[in-house]
Structure formats: C-alpha cells, structure tokens
Design a protein around this ligand. Structure first.
Ligand code: GLY
Ligand code: MN
Ligand code: MN
Length: 466
C-alpha cells in the first residue's frame, strides 16, 4: 500500500468502542471520492475523510463502510481497479487486501451498498451517518436513504456524532507521535519563512519555500498558507504584495504529515532584522498573553476561561499604550476587546487542523450546558469546554488593527468608554500579530507539541540578523 497505517488492533479497538457506544442500527461511514477541479479527470489533491481514516485507515478514494451495531459485522465497500484503470494508476492492492490490513474481513463492491441500506431501512433499522460536507456524498446519501438533499443535512445521527467526538477528542499515544511529527514539519515551514525573508521579495516567493518544507517532509498543507504583510486579515490568502523593510510578516501555516495529522503554528516577524518600537510594544502584549494562556492549560479548566483571561490581558496591555481605557472585566463583558482580538483563542487539532469541525462546533467545543455566544468576538471561539487529558489544541492569541472595523465602530460610537479612538486612528496601518503553538493536555498540565519556534523579540531578531 502507498500509505502508512497503525496496527490493525488500533482500528479494531476504535470500532469496538464506537459500536458499543450505540444502541442499534447500522453505522454508515463515507470515505471521500476524487473531486474534479476543472474537468472530470483533472482532480483536486485527494484528501480522505478524517473519520473514515480514524476507523478504517485506508487512504484511497471511493470507499465507504458499514458497521452493524446489532450483529457486529463490518464491511468495506469499494471497487477493484480494472486494466483500464491500472494502465493509468499502476497496480494497486485490492479492496479486500487493504481491508485485511485494518482488521476488516468482509468487503463488497461499492455498488452493493445502496441495496444493503435500502433493505435495512425497509426492515425499520436506523442508519447512523455523520454530517456530510462533500456534495457528491450528500447526493449519494439522498439516493441511498431515499430522502431529499435538504433532509440529508438535517438527519445525521446525534448519538453517532457524540460518540465519534468523544473518541477522537482523546488522542492515543500513537496519534501524539504523529502530531509531534506534523508539528515538527510545521516548525520547519516557519523557520524557512524566517530565514528566506528579505525586503523586495514577493509574498508568494516565501509561500513557495514554506509549502516546500511540508512536501519535503513527506506531508502536505494542513490548510492554505496565510503569509502576509496584511496580518490584520485573519485568513488572508492573497500573496501578491512586495515585502518592505519596516513591515512584519505574519505566517500561519501547518503541515499535515503522511498520516494526515496536522500541525498549526503562527509566527510574526520583521521583514528587516529588527521590530520597530511600536511593533515591539504590540508583539510583547501578544506574547505575554500567549505565555499566560499556556500556563493555564490543564485538565478541568474551561478553555473559555483561558480565552476570557487572554481578552483581559490584551485589553490591559493596550491600556499601557492608551489604546484602551476603563475596567477590563467590564470591557470584555461588553465585547470591547473584540476591536483588537476578533477571533477565538484556539481549537482542537488532530486529523483535521480544526479537528472534527465537520461534526459541528457546538458538539466539539461546547456542551449541552455551555452554549456558544453570538457576541462579536467570542462567537468565533471554537473551543470553550473543560479540558481533559489527551486533548490536543492550539493557543493563538493575536492583536489585529482592522481599518474597516475601526471606522465602523468609531462611527457608531461603539464601546467608546473602553476604546481611545483618537489613538487607535494612528494604528490603522499597523497590520496584525499572532503567536500560535500546539499543546497536549496531560494528566497534570500540558506539554508543547513538536519543536518550539523562536518567539521572544530577542530570539526572533537574532534569527533575522543571521
Ligand atoms: N490556521 C487557521 C487557524 O489558526 O485556526
Ligand atoms: Mn493557524
Ligand atoms: Mn489555529
């Protein structure tokens, strides 16, 4: 096989836990298919569904699987290649051979799945499926289940979603090894950005060296690279600016390794050899906030409380620069910090960079009693719930000066008791700063994943001066 897997016991155990967590019915797990980009045979880079990888490990397109909760049977559905395929792809293992490697003894042709689902439905059995996100799989489900595509979207199985999330949230030690690997590749990506940056280059020239590191390590990108002098735009994928001395680069990039475990880091550094004093002031507030948030990571604490502490730190830090005023608790309750920190503090990470986000943020990051706020700022907090040993998550505070937001709030007089708009006006050309690292929650605290990047002002300036 052209891909690496864990031991078959790993997958067998995971499926046993999943099956035992449900009362009855069939669990239907869909793999992904090759997706056409601009014509049928010119496809996007293939990415297997992460939950399918978690339970079946098979990193090839065109598979699906059924687990019978009542009988304990498991079957992988796929189509063996014909000679018409093999001349283009080379010989590949049969579906049956692959299935054996992950502890599944029964396989059938992909075309058989529809009749099996329809027969189960006829005898009144429940079909548990996860929220689909690919349009072709939504259409497959509509056909197999004989419902509309709208109905497909509202009928995923809540017990299945909850069981998958509770299992995938606690990383096994074999997974931690892979995540450490992915984060190390990610660190290499960032080090190369910091090494190659010099005034006069285009952002895309740096993007190419960052991407190269992920591929050089046998992986690829976990998400599209953000590398920009306009760091205030949170997910900026434009790479056409020429970089100039006096500016900063914000690089948010991550590799997924060959087993599709992700890393996700952000560094912010000067295009020249040193930060300006204004950049240093803001950078130090972000770094202090980051360090304090990391210190708080341990089982039992709600991540929302760490986020709120980060919001207060940012607000108070900016007070020393006269950008903010008033009481930090009141300001954060009013959402004033979101002028500067518009997003959340971090998210779960694993087989997906935003782990399991396809299954629903309310279930991954919140609980039945902890409901997501709709207030600007905190509404973007992806992870809020109590941390547990085995969670893998990012910590990524930032300060962003977004001219459109500044103009809008100023015109509305919004949070004017907490924000000095006169001073803020002078920061409209500042851009943004983020510091992001990845952590494992341990029994009594946390540990950083992968190799740490230089992140103090001195460490960064030293590297930039080499
Ligand atoms: N790379 C997107 C994020 O940091 O969440
Ligand atoms: Mn990131
Ligand atoms: Mn992140």
């Amino acid at each position: 096989m052209h891909f690496r897997i864990f031991s078959s016991d790993t997958y067998l155990n995971r499926r046993t836990v999943l099956r035992n967590g449900l009362e009855s019915g069939l669990i239907l797990l869909l793999g992904n298919h090759a997706a056409p980009m601009n014509y049928k045979d010119n496809t996007y880079h293939f990415r297997q569904d992460s939950t399918f990888l978690y339970y079946f490990g098979l990193d090839v397109p065109g598979l699906a699987a059924v687990i019978d909760v009542d009988e304990g049977h498991e079957c992988i559905f796929g189509t063996d290649l014909s000679i018409d395929d093999i001349v283009w792809t080379g010989p590949q293992p049969s579906v049956n051979d692959m299935a054996q490697c992950v502890g599944v003894v029964t396989t059938q042709d992909f075309n058989q799945i529809e009749s099996i689902i329809k027969k189960a439905l006829k005898s009144g059995r429940k079909i548990h499926y996860l929220p689909p996100y690919r349009h072709d799989n939504i259409m497959r489900l509509a056909q197999w289940l004989d419902i509309s595509t709208d109905e497909v979207m509202i009928q995923p199985s809540l017990p299945l979603i909850k069981n998958v999330i509770s299992q995938r949230s606690i990383k096994e030690s074999c997974e931690i090894t892979e995540i450490d690997h992915a984060v190390n590749l990610t660190a290499d990506m960032h080090l190369s950005a910091m090494k190659y940056t010099k005034p006069g280059l285009k952002e895309y020239e740096l993007v190419s060296v960052v991407h190269q590191e992920a591929i050089r390590g046998g992986g690829n990108l976990a998400f599209p690279i953000i590398l920009t002098t306009d760091g205030q735009t949170l997910h900026n994928h434009y790479h056409g600016n020429t970089i100039r001395d006096g500016q900063m680069i914000l690089c948010d990039a991550g590799a997924e390794n060959d087993m599709h475990y992700a890393g996700d880091m952000t560094c912010t550094f000067p295009v020249g050899t040193t930060f300006t004093s204004r950049q240093k002031d803001i950078y130090q507030i972000v770094l202090d906030t980051h360090i304090k948030a990391v210190e708080m990571l341990k089982p039992g604490i709600q991540y929302r409380d760490i986020y709120l502490q980060a919001c207060r730190n940012i607000f108070n830090g900016l007070k020393s620069l006269h950008l903010t005023k008033g009481d930090a608790d009141e300001a954060v309750a009013a959402g004033a910090h979101a002028m500067f920190f518009q997003c959340g503090l971090g998210h779960m990470m694993g087989l997906d960079v935003h782990d399991m986000e396809d299954l629903g943020e309310q279930f991954v990051g919140y609980t039945t009693t902890l409901i997501k706020s709709t207030q600007f700022g905190i509404k973007s907090l992806r992870l809020a719930r109590e941390l547990q040993p085995g969670f893998v998550l990012t910590v990524e505070p930032g300060i962003y000066f977004i001219p459109t937001l500044i103009d809008m709030w100023r015109a509305e007089g919004r949070c004017k008791d907490f924000i000095n708009y006169e001073v803020l006006e002078k920061y409209k050309d500042f851009s943004g700063i983020r510091v992001e690292e990845d952590f494992l929650i341990t029994q009594d605290g946390h540990r950083i994943l992968g190799r740490a990047l230089p992140k103090t002002i001195n460490e960064i300036e030293e590297l930039r001066s080499k």
